[in-house]
Design a protein around this ligand. Structure first.
Ligand code: PMP
Length: 404
C-alpha cells in the first residue's frame, strides 16, 4: 500500500497535490489575467471585456421568473437534501433525446454542479490514479487541473491548427497502455469548431481498435457544454452517436449564459454496456466528491429551464459583426460554428504582447498561451453590442501598430 502521508512535508502547510495544481502554468496565467483585468476595471466601467464567457447584459425575464417560481416552496421538503431529483432527470433525458435522437433514460442522468463537476465525475468514474487522459490543444484551460486533481496524467496532442479539427493520427500516436480516457469537446472552446459526423466516426473506429490493441477499454468523455450554442442552423453531432463507451458532460451555464448558477449533468447513453456497474459508483462519487449535486432551487427550476435558451441568433449576429469587421481589418480567423468564442490568429507571433497592446486600449482578450497554442487570441462573443462597437477602433489601431 502507498503511504498517503509519504509526500507530506512537515515544513509545508500545503499538500503536494494542491501545490501541483497551483503550479500549472496556464492556471497561474489565467489567474494573472483575471487580476490584471480586475485592476484595470476599477473605476472604469467602459472597458471592453472579451475575456470570460460571462454575461454583459441583464438576464432574460424568463430566466429570472423561472428561478423566482422555483423558489416558492410547494411542500415542506422543498429545500431538503436533493440528490438526482426525478423531475429534473426526466426533463434532462427528454431534452437530450430530442437533441441527439438517442433514447437517454432518466436514471442515466447524474445532476451536478455544472460542467466542471460532470467532467470530474466522469474521469473519476472510469480512471484510476496514474491513468492517462488524452485531449487536444487548444483546450478549455481547466481540463488539466481536473485531471491532476483526480490523480491522472494529462497527455496533450495538438489539433490541426489549419482546420481546428481533431488530429486523429496524433491522438492515435498518443495512446499507450495507460490510456483510459480521451476528452472530446465539441462545439469547441476556444476554436468554435463543431466536429463532423464523419470525423467522430473515424475517432470511434480508432478508439475501438486502440482499446483492442491495449487490451483495456478507452472511454470517451464528451464535453458538450455548448451543444445548444450552435450557429447557422448546423446540426451538432455528439460522440455518443458513434462510440458506445462515451460519458456525456453538460452544463446549463452556457445554454442560459448563467455560469454562476451551478447546474449540469453527466449522462450515460443507453448504448453504454457498463451502465449497471457505473450507477452505484457514480452516486457514491457524487457524495464523496463533496455532494456535487445542484442546489434544490436549480433542480426545481430545471424542467422549465429545459424549455428555452439564450438568444443564439443574437450571439450569431455578434459573431458576424466581429468576423466581418476584424476580417476587413486584416485579421485572420475562421468563423466559429458554435460556442461563445472567436479564436483569431495574432497578427504578431507574440500573442501576449499583442493582447497587451489591446489591453492598453482597454480591450481585454485572452492570449493563445492560456490555451497552450501561442500565436492566437480568444474573443468572447458574450460581450454586449456596445462593447463590440467601441472595441473596433482599438482592434484597428492594434493591428496597424503591429505592422508598423
Ligand atoms: N467545458 C468547457 C469547454 C467550458 O468552456 C466550460 C466553461 N467555460 C466548462 C466545461 C465548464 O462549464 P461550467 O462552468 O458551466 O461548469
Amino acid at each position: 500500500m502507498n503511504d498517503p502521508t509519504a509526500s507530506f512535508q512537515a515544513t509545508s502547510a500545503v499538500s503536494a497535490r494542491a501545490a501541483q495544481l497551483a503550479s500549472i502554468p496556464s492556471f497561474q496565467r489565467v489567474d494573472a489575467y483575471i487580476t490584471q483585468a480586475d485592476v484595470r476595471r476599477q473605476g472604469q466601467a467602459d472597458i471592453c471585456d472579451f475575456t470570460f464567457g460571462n454575461p454583459h447584459q441583464m438576464p432574460p425575464d424568463r430566466y429570472v421568473d423561472t428561478l423566482r417560481d422555483a423558489l416558492t416552496p410547494r411542500n415542506d421538503q422543498w429545500f431538503a437534501y436533493k440528490t438526482n431529483g426525478a423531475g429534473a432527470r426526466e426533463a434532462a433525458a427528454e431534452s437530450l433525446q430530442r437533441l441527439l435522437d438517442v433514447p437517454f433514460r432518466a436514471e442515466d442522468i447524474y445532476l451536478t454542479t455544472g460542467g466542471f463537476a460532470a467532467i470530474a465525475l466522469a474521469l473519476k468514474t472510469v480512471a484510476d490514479p496514474g491513468d492517462e487522459v488524452v485531449y487536444s490543444l487548444p483546450p478549455w484551460f481547466l481540463y488539466e487541473p481536473l485531471i491532476l486533481e483526480a490523480g491522472l496524467v494529462p497527455v496533450k496532442v495538438k489539433a490541426n491548427m489549419a482546420t481546428f479539427d481533431l488530429d486523429l493520427d496524433a491522438i492515435g500516436a498518443a495512446i499507450t497502455e495507460r490510456t483510459r480516457v480521451v476528452i472530446v469537446n465539441s462545439p469547441n472552446n476556444p476554436t468554435g469548431r463543431i466536429y463532423s459526423a464523419e470525423l467522430l466516426l473515424r475517432l470511434a473506429e480508432l478508439l475501438e481498435a486502440a482499446s483492442a490493441r491495449i487490451g483495456r477499454r478507452i472511454y470517451l468523455v464528451s464535453d458538450e457544454a455548448y451543444n445548444r450554442i450552435v450557429f447557422d442552423g448546423l446540426r451538432f453531432h455528439s460522440p455518443v452517436e458513434f462510440y458506445a463507451h462515451t460519458l456525456l458532460a453538460y452544463s446549463y451555464g452556457k445554454t442560459h449564459l448563467s455560469p454562476g448558477q451551478r447546474v449540469g449533468y453527466l449522462a450515460l447513453p443507453p448504448t453504454l454496456p457498463d451502465r449497471a456497474a457505473m450507477r452505484p459508483a457514480i452516486t457514491g462519487l457524487q457524495v464523496a466528491m463533496g455532494w456535487v449535486y445542484p442546489n434544490a432551487l436549480l433542480q426545481h427550476a430545471l424542467p422549465e429551464l429545459e424549455q428555452f435558451s439564450i438568444n443564439v441568433g443574437q450571439l450569431q449576429r455578434r459573431r458576424d459583426r466581429l468576423v466581418d469587421a476584424l476580417g476587413g481589418m486584416g485579421y485572420r480567423l475562421q468563423p466559429p460554428e458554435g460556442t461563445f468564442y472567436l479564436y483569431v490568429t495574432s497578427p504578431v507571433p507574440d500573442d501576449e504582447a499583442f493582447t497587451e497592446s489591446l489591453a492598453r486600449r482597454d480591450v481585454f482578450v485572452f492570449p493563445g498561451v492560456l490555451f497552450e497554442t501561442p500565436g492566437f487570441f480568444r474573443i468572447s462573443l458574450t460581450a454586449n453590442e456596445d462593447m463590440i462597437e467601441r472595441s473596433l477602433p482599438a482592434f484597428q489601431a492594434a493591428i496597424k501598430e503591429s505592422s508598423a
